[in-house]
Design a protein around this ligand. Sequence first.
Ligand SMILES: *Cc1c(COP(=O)(O)O)cnc(C)c1O
Length: 222
Amino acid sequence: MSIAERLAHVQGEIADHPPQCLLAASKHVTAATLRDAYALGLRHFGENFLQEALDKQTALRDLDGIIWHFIGRIQRNKTALLARHFDWVESVDRPLIAERLHAARAGMEPLNVLIEVAISGEETKGGCAPEDVPELALVISRLSHLRLRGLMALVHPQPELAEADFRRMAELFLALRQTQVHADLDTLSMGTSADYLQALQQGATEIRLGTILFGARAQEPL
Ligand SMILES: *Cc1c(COP(=O)(O)O)cnc(C)c1O
């Protein structure tokens, strides 16, 4: 199937609940393929590996209006490059990372950030504990070169358990928005190829799709 056919299928499925943002999760997908996706109208791309992303950004620098999101694990020694080369960083999970991104973003428009929440409790995944979200949100809200937009999560891979994770994320998001400092948060990023419809039903405003748009990907960075 072509990307055009795959995208048309997804767009049909989400027609009833279109998200604010359909992010193409493009790890290990080549720049040439991203160029095709761009030609089909996709603008938001999410990358997990810094060097791979920087190479693609260079290869695609002639394309106007691409919005690059970082959705991978953050190493503290990479924060300066992340801050300067991405429009969004979705995987902020501790104050130190937020502070380093803030420092490196000086002189630019504020960096959009999401707090990644370890909602499934699986230790292999990144993210801050749900109970630590309010404090981290407060730290970020005081950093002028960052703009907190909301929350991100990878939920449990089993659909029966994913449902509860989505619901708890929606509750966390709502609770944050009810505090005055965070009333303008507008992004709840959750749902992948396996479960994006379920995520949208639970209030996701952004879904992150890889396999369903690009097919099975290589397992190693490009
Ligand atoms: C790879 C990835 C996705 C997309 O996963 P698919 O199952 O390929 O849709 C979404 N979010 C994150 C954080 C990812 O790393």
